[in-house]
Design a protein around this ligand. Structure first.
Ligand SMILES: Cc1cc2nc3c(=O)[nH]c(=O)nc-3n(C[C@H](O)[C@H](O)[C@H](O)COP(=O)(O)O)c2cc1C
Length: 182
């Protein structure tokens, strides 16, 4: 039987908020989506492949070159038939690489390969978020057609309150559903 579910690529960057993305993954699956997860190498410091493979029910991609699992290249296979890409947390580094059009790891290469809408959920410290270089990248990505959810103001893992807190998973889910159903 063919899979008629809408497909969402969930790309997880290397920020402390990555733990919330496990919950987001589960909420997306419970909402009826096929969820394909890609983790950056940095994300692996915060969350594990097993968590996301169990929650999504699919193997998790971490590298462009995984010939046993993805003979065509993980970026090609994950992008095929994808209805939406969510990047959560979208690190300062990922925002910069997307804005520049770099393709030096799986998630940046996937971003270039995808033709679906892209929803970015930034998460970083207040200082990082308010840095002119980061704001330039955000403006550039908005111009390129990316959608943003958050960040909000609140408690940050650097033990201070400020801008840069990742939106809560339910809020990201709501923004994702609005884009998929647009
Ligand atoms: C404990 C810790 C927490 C971090 N949290 C964030 C974060 O919330 N946002 C961010 O942009 N970078 C954060 N970083 C820095 C990123 O991990 C680093 O820039 C990395 O290169 C990002 O790689 P990626 O974008 O490929 O995932 C953190 C680093 C450490 C050690």
């Amino acid at each position: 039987m063919s899979d008629t579910r809408r497909a969402i690529v969930l790309a997880v960057g290397g920020g402390i908020a990555a733990y919330k993305s496990a919950f987001l993954c589960s909420r997306l699956v419970q909402s009826g989506y096929e969820v394909r997860v890609a983790l950056t190498r940095s994300a692996l410091n915060f969350v594990g492949v097993s968590t996301f493979s169990a929650l999504s029910g699919q193997s998790v991609a971490t590298e462009v070159f995984q010939p046993d699992k993805h003979p065509l290249g993980a970026h090609i296979e994950l992008a095929k038939g994808c209805d939406l890409m969510i990047v959560a947390p979208a690190t300062a580094n990922l925002l910069s690489r997307f804005a520049l059009g770099q393709a030096d790891d799986l998630v940046s290469t996937l971003y270039l390969q995808l033709t679906s809408p892209v929803l970015l959920a930034p998460a970083m410290s207040d200082s990082m978020w308010n840095k002119p270089a980061v704001q330039r990248n955000v403006a550039c990505l908005r111009e390129d057609g990316c959608q943003f959810v958050g960040p909000s103001t609140g408690w940050l893992s650097c033990r201070a309150s400020g801008d840069g807190r990742m939106s809560e998973p339910n809020e990201i889910l709501e923004a994702a559903e609005a884009l998929v159903n647009r």
